[in-house]
Design a protein around this ligand. Structure first.
Ligand SMILES: [Zn+2]
Length: 415
């Protein structure tokens, strides 16, 4: 019985059951505070109860299972990841960490093991930021760093986050109650697919994360002058979209050639958006990441200066809005060593690698020490329906996490 709880095929069967909950037929899109989020929380809550956990949903829609230690009320080792997805997503990103955490607790429960600490498994409601363009809402809320201004942001349909929370059955005014007290928490561990090609290239099923890259997300607004596509001569135009095209190539150029620095323009809207009208206004996003903060901040400054120069030269106005800013976050060396020992006990040599992607762990770092275990994924593909891992690798990750939990030593002594 315990073996089957950690088995790769059992984990992947649950991954598939969860992936069936989607807003769209034939592809996986599960956004924060939607009916699909509700169904996912309910399904996961059932698995948590089955694993011997008490279950609650917090004030921002995170689903949390608690497995008591050798006596009730002990501080907890937190294990988490997210249940929301991007549009047309893969099925492992986020979900694998939540389901593996549940499997590890189910295994403890089946063996009647009560560690000298509690274990809480958290399914975060929003990590990707797909719906409200604000990432890590769930993990920021539990870490006590949620910005209530985000309650006023609106999704593409014009729905305010606060109203979406109400429709979901939550009280938006109660957001602060989601925060954990530092004394109730010992550490946070997150298992996640790598979402990159490094482990596959090294031929290793799991790896230990050293740090999560810092990220800056900007919204750029470029304003020129809309006009008739037939009557305004090229020399008299202030085309916001042509200016933006030049700016996007500048972002690409300024973010190239530096190791561990990446920059992306992933979204653009031109208005009025008609074939026969010169675009008067464009809004696009910039996502820039690096594992060292000084490098990232220097590049953000360089990008802004270059884009302002392009705007000047083309006679268009430019404005920047910072949507998201997160420093690079280091994993705790003592926890990394515990993951390494757990991997080694499973006969695995787990290399260390940084995470270029953001994760809930980086928000939780404001609350407690963090560590992350990466599981190899095929060709590094993620945020894509072709995202894939093997059952054997899922099981390797689960076994390493199970050993990590079983042998967990907090940095601070348990009261
Ligand atoms: Zn993720």
């Amino acid at each position: 019985m315990p073996d089957s709880l950690l088995s790769g095929p059992a984990l992947l069967a649950r991954i598939d059951a969860l992936a069936a909950i989607s807003a769209e037929e034939g592809r996986l899109s599960r956004l924060y505070l939607t009916p699909e989020h509700r169904r996912a929380n309910d399904l996961v809550a059932g698995w948590m109860r089955e694993a011997g956990m008490g279950v609650r949903e917090d004030a921002v829609g995170n689903i949390i299972g608690r497995y008591e230690g050798e006596r009730p009320g002990l501080p907890a080792l937190l294990i988490g990841s997210h249940l929301d997805t991007v549009r047309d997503a893969g099925r492992y990103d986020g979900m694998l960490g939540v389901l593996t955490g549940i499997a590890v607790v189910a295994d403890l429960n089946a063996r009647g093991r009560r560690p000298p600490f509690a274990v809480e498994v958290i399914g975060f409601g929003d990590e990707e930021g797909t719906r409200f363009q604000s990432t890590l809402i769930g993990s920021r809320a539990i870490a006590g760093t949620f910005d209530p201004a985000v309650l006023e942001t609106r999704d593409a349909a014009g729905t305010r986050l606060a109203d979406a929370m109400t429709a979901f059955g939550l009280d938006p005014a109660a957001w602060a109650s989601a925060a954990y007290k530092a004394n109730d928490v010992l550490a946070y561990a997150e298992l996640h697919i790598e979402q990159g090609p490094v482990l596959e290239a090294l031929g290793r099923p799991v790896g230990i994360v050293t740090a999560i890259a810092g990220a800056t997300r900007l919204a750029v607004t470029v304003e020129g002058m809309a006009g008739h596509a037939g009557t305004v001569p090229m020399t008299l135009r202030r085309d916001a979209l042509a200016a933006s095209a030049e700016m996007i190539l500048a972002v690409e150029q300024l973010c190239s050639g530096q190791e561990r620095l990446v920059g992306t323009v992933g979204r653009i809207e031109a208005s009025p958006g008609a074939t026969n009208v010169i675009p008067g206004k464009v809004r696009f996003t910039i996502d820039l990441r690096a594992d060292r903060d000084p490098l990232r901040l220097e590049r953000v400054g360089a990008v802004r200066a270059r884009l302002e120069a392009i705007a000047d030269a083309r006679g268009v106005a430019i404005g920047f809005e910072t949507l998201h800013e997160s420093p690079a976050v280091a994993c705790h060396p003592a926890l990394m060593a515990q993951f390494a020992a757990a991997a080694s006990a499973e006969g695995l040599d787990a290399p260390e690698l940084p995470s270029g992607a953001g994760h809930d762990a980086m928000a939780v770092a404001a609350l407690t020490d963090i560590a992350m275990l990466f599981v190899r994924c095929e060709r590094g593909i993620s945020h894509n329906p072709a995202e894939r891992i093997t059952a054997a690798d899922a099981e390797a990750g689960a076994r390493v996490l199970a050993r990590f939990v079983e042998n967990f030593q907090p940095a601070t002594s348990i009261p």
